[in-house]
Design a protein around this ligand. Structure first.
Ligand SMILES: [Ca+2]
Ligand SMILES: [Ca+2]
Length: 211
């Protein structure tokens, strides 16, 4: 049960320090490609994907019980996990590691904590600092609906930062009231006085590089 919940709430927290950002590149192994895979439709940001997966603590993990499975969509006849790729709906290791797949392709991803659940971990079975191993199979790819980009809407001066004034103005206009108390504090995770795209937990369009 954990991952559907856990992956889905990744955007709400588990922020990593900017200086520990790493890339999933080099940690992706394609273990099976159907014939003609790379000539066909490949996954891209914004696609609605169906994915079967099994997640375990990686053998290289510094935290947690190596090899221990924490979740699998293959257990108990569950449907494949359904989500939109590259939109911050899932951990970064997935958003980065599941690009350019074809239906039927299988991959193994080794996800470092900075691209997974960071220093906080998730649930009982993923301790902070854990490196995760996912074996995944792409079951379906569909055109995703265009996501609302609330970040861009609120960012009135288009400087890619949301100030308390901008957020307050949006609440006044759209909700007819003040911004909820503590919202700025909650979203401005590095406490530098504005909400960056990366910090923003609302709908914000396709994933992109740090500014
Ligand atoms: Ca701004
Ligand atoms: Ca900030």
């Amino acid at each position: 049960m954990i991952i559907a919940g856990v992956l889905a709430c990744a955007a709400l927290g588990f922020a990593e320090e900017a200086d520990t950002m790493t890339s999933i590149e080099g940690a992706i192994t394609s273990t099976f490609e159907p014939e003609g895979c790379k000539e066909g439709r490949l996954t891209k940001a914004g696609d609605q994907l169906k994915m079967h997966y099994t997640g375990t603590i990686a053998d290289t993990s510094e935290a947690g019980e190596k090899g221990k499975q924490f979740d699998s969509s293959l257990d108990g006849g569950r449907d494949p996990f359904d989500f939109q790729l590259g939109m911050g709906q899932v951990i970064k290791g997935w958003d980065q590691g599941l690009m350019d797949m074809c239906v039927g392709e299988k991959r193994t991803l080794i996800v470092p904590p900075a691209l997974g659940y960071g220093a906080n971990g998730a649930g009982n079975d993923i301790p902070g600092g854990a490196t995760l191993k996912f074996t995944v199979e792409c079951i379906g790819i569909e055109e995703g609906k265009e996501a609302e980009n609330l970040f861009a809407t609120i960012d009135a001066d288009k400087d890619d930062k949301l100030t308390a004034e901008e957020v307050g103005a949006w609440f006044k206009k759209e909700q007819g009231g003040d911004m909820p108390e503590g919202l700025m504090d909650q979203e401005d995770k590095d406490k530098n006085g504005h909400i960056s795209w990366d910090e923003f937990s609302g709908p914000k369009g396709p994933a992109r590089d740090e500014l």
